[in-house]
Design a protein around this ligand. Structure first.
Ligand code: F6P
Length: 526
């Protein structure tokens, strides 16, 4: 049984250290160790994490790593990679790493080698991607597929959407569109511009029970049948799910149904057939490079000493800035327009994984856990919420993500972009206190990490996304929470279903809610 965090000796040492560090300015800390710009940087295969603009010293890092060891990060890491059922509330293993695993040696789960399943899925995925991209797959009227519509939500949308956007310079196949919201505007904004004869729908849903996805899928199916007839469904729908029966009932035959497994969490699933839309857009070779990047980060995470371990360092800096020093907001600021969907992706990855207060043992945490995560690409955010970042009343922490090599070969634009990124990090860190006018005071001491990719290519994108997956896992271990279930999304789903069913209220709260819903429904009729 993992003891409460605040009872660990490492925690008490960190709090004492915090009291010392709080009296120092980040600028003074940075000036004391001038070589920190180099020494406070980790690098892996063209991905760099520079954490020099944090209010930390070598002593801070040592104390953080002591805490990581005391919380058994290394043994939890091994338990995950070996397929232990560390998602205890759902009695499931957590094996998204198997989806990009290079080794073909068996990885047994309940005596079954999951690597055989992964291999078969990847082969089926590659068959479909190739046929769709080279025109062998034709629609009901014999036309090749020119448009893909991914119908899914959460992890069945955000990952493939992000990858497709980030790798748009590698896109050469059918154009990918993404429908997630049950608001009909999302689906019909796509249907109105699409030719059904050239359109292939991918219904992606781990459970195949998600209300929004099934309604969107049924409506898309009805649209297709109205244009091309019932017999067209088999040529214009693929599905990805663990739920074969439900896919079959929808009209998807076995050849067009791709598997998912319960040992892959939705928000960790883009590496599986959930990534089909992205693979169709950029091709299987590039998708494989994405997997290779993630595999490289997996190997690093599994083998590097904690002090040199990028996911562990990123995680422990977040514990220092958030849980110890009190920052309750994590800004994610990708200074790259193609990464504009990264903050939304990380919102689910981080907040659905660690936005919890229940401990693994069924108790309550004794510390704050995941912060609010938000962000927009730079330099856009500088003209909307950066005022708040610099002079707002809340302690924040920021991750800046930059790309060294400019895919658009526009050096002037790229210099301005990167100069703004570094300037923003500096202003947050050092502030502006030498001013007579109070409104021109910047408090500074707002920490940030600079995460720099050599290039925004599939391999480095895979490195980056796996970095954040493992960061989230390490933090969950420190906080002693289960990062891999999401019980907090169920109540809202149940209430919506009850409102829609018109079920008679059985308690005052339910009665009040039903009355409110009916009152709003009246407005809809006016
Ligand atoms: O948000 C709840 C959730 O279950 C996510 O974890 C998941 O990614 C999403 O809904 C969609 O679930 P499914 O892939 O089963 O449709």
């Amino acid at each position: 049984m993992t003891p409460p965090l605040t009872q660990s000796s490492s925690w008490r040492n960190l709090l004492q250290h915090r009291d010392v560090m709080r009296r120092k300015r980040l600028l003074d800390i940075a000036l004391v160790e001038p070589d920190r710009l180099k020494s406070f940087e980790l690098s892996l295969d063209g991905l760099r994490l520079n954490y020099a603009l944090n209010a930390v010293t070598a002593e801070t890092i040592a104390l953080l790593m002591k805490l990581a060891r005391e919380r058994d990060v290394e043994s939890w890491r091994e338990r995950m990679f070996k397929g232990e059922k560390i998602n205890e509330t759902e009695n499931r293993a957590v094996l998204h790493v198997a989806l990009r695993r290079k080794e073909t040696t068996p990885l047994l789960l309940d005596g079954h080698d999951v690597m055989q399943d992964v291999k078969a899925m990847r082969q089926k995925m590659a068959r479909h991607v190739t046929a769709i991209r080279n025109g062998q797959w034709t629609g009901a009227t014999g036309k090749p597929i020119r448009h893909i519509v991914n119908i899914g939500i959460g992890g069945s949308d955000l990952g493939p959407r992000l990858v497709t956007m980030a790798l748009q310079s590698y896109a050469s196949g059918p154009q990918a569109h993404f429908v997630a919201n049950v608001d009909a505007a999302d689906l019909f904004s796509k249907l109105k511009i699409l030719d059904p004869a050239e359109t292939l729908f991918l219904v992606v849903s781990k459970t195949f029970t998600t209300q929004e996805t099934l309604l969107n899928a049924r409506t898309a199916r009805q649209w297709l049948v109205e244009h091309l007839g019932e017999q067209a469904v088999g040529k214009h729908f693929l599905a990805v799910s663990t739920n074969y029966e439900a896919m079959k009932a929808f009209g998807i035959d076995a050849e067009n149904a791709l598997p998912m497994w319960d040992w892959v969490g939705g928000r960790f699933s883009l590496w599986s057939a959930v990534g089909l839309s992205a693979a169709i857009a950029v091709g299987m070779d590039h998708f494989q490079q994405l997997l290779s990047g993630a595999a490289a980060m997996d190997e690093h995470f599994r083998s590097a000493p904690l002090e040199q371990n990028m996911p562990v360092m990123l995680a422990m800096l977040g514990v220092w800035n958030g849980t110890v020093m009190g920052a309750r907001v994590q800004a994610v600021l990708p200074y790259n327009e193609r990464l504009r969907d990264l903050p939304r992706y990380l919102q689910q990855l981080e907040m659905e994984s660690n936005g919890k207060t229940a401990t693994r043992g069924g108790g309550e945490v004794d510390c704050v856990t995941a912060p609010v995560l938000f962000g927009e690409p730079g330099t856009i955010g500088q003209h909307s919420f950066h005022q708040w970042l610099h002079q707002g009343s809340d302690a924040i922490m920021a991750d800046f993500i930059g790309v060294a090599q400019d895919a658009d070969h526009q050096p002037e634009h790229h210099r301005v972009l990167l100069a703004n990124m570094v300037a923003q990090a500096g202003a947050l860190a050092f502030g502006q206190t030498q001013t007579t006018a109070r409104h021109e005071l910047y408090p500074g001491n707002r920490p940030s990490n600079l995460i720099i990719l050599d290039r925004l290519d599939p391999f480095h994108l895979g490195l980056l996304l796996a970095l954040f997956e493992h960061k989230v896992f390490v933090q969950s271990v420190i906080w002693n929470i289960n990062a891999f279930d999401q019980p907090g999304v169920e109540l809202g789903k149940r209430l919506a279903t009850k409102l829609l069913s018109g079920e008679n209220p059985v308690d005052p709260a339910w009665n009040l809610l039903m009355n409110l819903y009916n009152q709003i429904a009246v407005y809809c009729k006016t």
